[in-house]
Design a protein around this ligand. Structure first.
Ligand SMILES: Cc1cc2nc3c(=O)[nH]c(=O)nc-3n(C[C@H](O)[C@H](O)[C@H](O)COP(=O)(O)OP(=O)(O)OC[C@H]3O[C@@H](n4cnc5c(N)ncnc54)[C@H](O)[C@@H]3O)c2cc1C
Length: 387
């Protein structure tokens, strides 16, 4: 496994980290204008299109380099929510358009998505269909040269600010995985409504809302991929998301581990830095161990993606490892700061930002199911005679 990033990626990581430290470290501001100003600044650095082809306005990066850039963003900014929004746009929206879009669709939308003019959201989850994402209630019915889409989508990242939505809907209600189709739906399309922004425990810099589709009228040339091919679009984009989006959390872990090391060296009790107590120092080493282990799994998954892996095992393992390490790092960072840890600040914010990571992109329980399925653990295999 070759883990070296391209030289240009190293340069971009430095630029992105510096930019995030200087421009993205104020408190998350949910105001749409402030969000868009941050978005444009991030786009000017190439963050919103780094894995799109150069001819469509991107930087043509593969998965490992994309992860490298997002890791630097997560390390530089304390606004993990904003970094999450950028990554969701990139991995669940730009990537499927790159891999499944027609030439006409790519020419039409990719330049704006890369330049920061357009923000995207990916709408799959519904109030009654979360983990069971292949059984959607949202229906799309073809009428002449249009589809009429009706349904509700819940917990949609970027929905309050999005210009374009990638929407999964059932075109064959009893068609199972072959019954879903993906649509590109522009904001302002008749029949599309956006709910009130949701308030969540962490990721405050990432706007989220429901979307309501009420006979939303979408031309047939807005189908992404082929009719009935929605599951493939969803699965491919989730492999990218489960790998590269979680690099944001690697960066956040690094930032918080560094500040925790500084804290335990500075905080004195019993006449000595608390880092001298074995219970403290071992906890710090365990933080590092979790972070480094998760980091290796993530870059292994990115490498596999760049080599064309399709079973999603390494992506699922990376997602589980990073999200569980991040939550534990958040808990440890709080514990090591004592009462200071539960005051509003970096450690408690880290924990709040990390809690959702075990749920989105397919919960960790579903990722374990996915890996178990590939291992065929439910198959009865009788030992051969004489064995
Ligand atoms: C911050 C955040 C951002 C999100 N952004 C988006 C977005 O942009 N677009 C989008 O479409 N969705 C988004 N989601 C929704 C996310 O994809 C779902 O929350 C997720 O798929 C889980 O669905 P659910 O919340 O309905 O939980 P449920 O499916 O109701 O699951 C509840 C619990 O039961 C467990 N469970 C369910 N089924 C099984 C099973 N078969 N085996 C074992 N355990 C099981 C789950 O693991 C979980 O612990 C986001 C969620 C969050 C928290």
């Amino acid at each position: 496994m070759k883990l070296d990033l391209e030289p240009e990626t190293h340069q971009m990581r430095d630029l992105v980290r510096d930019f995030a430290r200087s421009k993205l470290n104020g408190a998350a501001d949910p105001h749409p204008e402030q969000f868009r100003a941050r978005w444009r600044a991030a786009a000017d650095l190439g963050l919103t299109g780094c894995c799109a082809p150069v001819e469509h306005g991107g930087s043509g990066m593969g998965a490992a380099d994309t992860a490298g850039v997002l890791e630097a963003l997560g390390e530089g900014t304390g606004d993990t929510g904003f970094a999450f929004s950028v990554a969701a746009h990139l991995l669940a929206c730009v990537t499927p358009l790159v891999h499944f879009g027609s030439e006409e669709q790519k020419r039409r939308w990719l330049p704006g998505l890369c330049s920061g003019e357009l923000i995207a959201a990916h709408a799959v989850t519904e109030p009654e269909a979360g983990s069971d994402a292949m059984h959607l209630r949202t229906r799309a019915e073809r009428v002449g040269d249009h589809y009429l889409i009706t349904g509700v989508k819940a917990f949609i990242t970027n929905a309050p600010v999005a210009d374009i939505f990638i929407v999964q809907a059932a075109t064959e209600p009893d068609g199972g995985v072959f019954g879903l189709t993906t649509f590109l739906v522009e904001a302002g399309t008749p029949g599309l409504g956006i709910g009130r922004p949701e308030s969540k425990v962490g990721l405050h810099g990432s706007p989220m809302a429901e979307i309501h589709l009420d006979g939303c009228t979408v031309p047939v040339d807005h189908v992404l991929g082929v009719p009935g091919g929605g599951a493939s679009v969803f699965t491919a984009s989730m492999h990218w998301e489960r790998t590269c989006l979680f690099a944001v959390y690697l960066g956040a872990m690094k930032r918080v581990i560094d500040s925790t090391v500084a804290y335990v060296r500075q905080r004195e009790q019993f006449g000595t830095p608390i880092g001298a107590f074995q219970a403290v120092s071992h906890r710090v080493v365990d933080m590092l161990l979790r972070y480094e282990g998760a980091r290796l799994l993530l870059y292994k998954a990115a490498h596999d993606l760049d080599q064309g892996a399709v079973d999603g095992v390494s992506a699922a393992l990376a997602k589980i490892a990073v999200s569980e390490a991040a939550v534990q790092v958040g808990l440890d960072a709080i514990q090591l700061r004592g009462a200071q840890g539960v005051m509003h600040g970096e450690a408690e914010q880290m924990l709040r930002d990390c809690l959702p990571s075990r749920i989105f992109s397919g919960s960790n329980e579903i990722q374990r199911n996915n890996v178990a399925r590939v291992l065929r653990l439910d198959r009865l295999e009788r030992p051969a005679h004489g064995a």
